[in-house]
Design a protein around this ligand. Structure first.
Ligand code: GDP
Ligand code: MG
Length: 163
């Protein structure tokens, strides 16, 4: 079976854009599942020959920020069960927000290796955010642009050793 990689992060950082980018033409295989998993999407991702099951999470997108920790335990913890790695996405243009820090704290308590992706980093608008994101404690952030397809090779380099 393919390794499973969960995409997590606060709303609007580009998780679904990244998911679609990774899953590409195989998007048709994406399943909307009922019940507790309704907010997750699954797809077979191809990344420079590396195949894995990508999971797009959105369990708390409609919730207000205050309820995030509870929602994350209910949804993301389930997503992380059996996951081989997590792609933790932030918005490099927005920089590190309190919600990103909250997610980072929570993620550190989970037993899953994490690759930090600083998205929306096309051009140089993300440079400050990328530097800031070292402080989240997941090692070198990978600057990417999910929308423009930049940083794919760097995601591969960071993720492949974990799978
Ligand atoms: P999600 O809520 O984390 O799933 O984020 P989405 O994938 O829905 O994207 C949120 C917004 O960010 C959308 O308007 C996207 O077009 C935009 N976006 C996603 N990736 C990028 C990127 O690499 N660069 C820029 N500039 N915008 C992006
Ligand atoms: Mg989304």
């Amino acid at each position: 079976t393919r390794p499973q990689v969960v995409i997590i992060g606060r709303p609007n950082v580009g998780k679904s854009t990244l998911f679609n980018r990774l899953v590409g033409k195989k998007l048709a295989l994406v399943d909307d599942q009922p019940g507790v998993t309704r907010d997750r999407r699954f797809g077979t991702a191809g990344l420079m020959g590396l195949e894995f099951e990508a999971v797009d999470t959105a369990g708390w997108e409609d919730e207000d920020a205050e309820s995030l920790p509870g929602r994350m335990r209910a949804q993301t913890e389930v997503s992380l069960q059996g996951a081989d790695a997590a792609l933790f996405v932030i918005d490099a243009r927005a920089g590190v927000t309190p919600l990103d820090e909250e997610i980072a704290r929570w993620l550190r308590g989970q037993n899953v290796p994490v690759v930090l992706l600083a998205n929306k980093a096309e051009g140089s608008a993300g440079d400050a955010g990328i530097m800031e994101s070292y402080a989240l404690g997941f090692g070198d952030p990978v600057g990417i642009s999910a929308e423009h397809g930049e940083g794919v090779a760097e995601i591969y380099t960071a993720l492949a050793p974990l799978l």
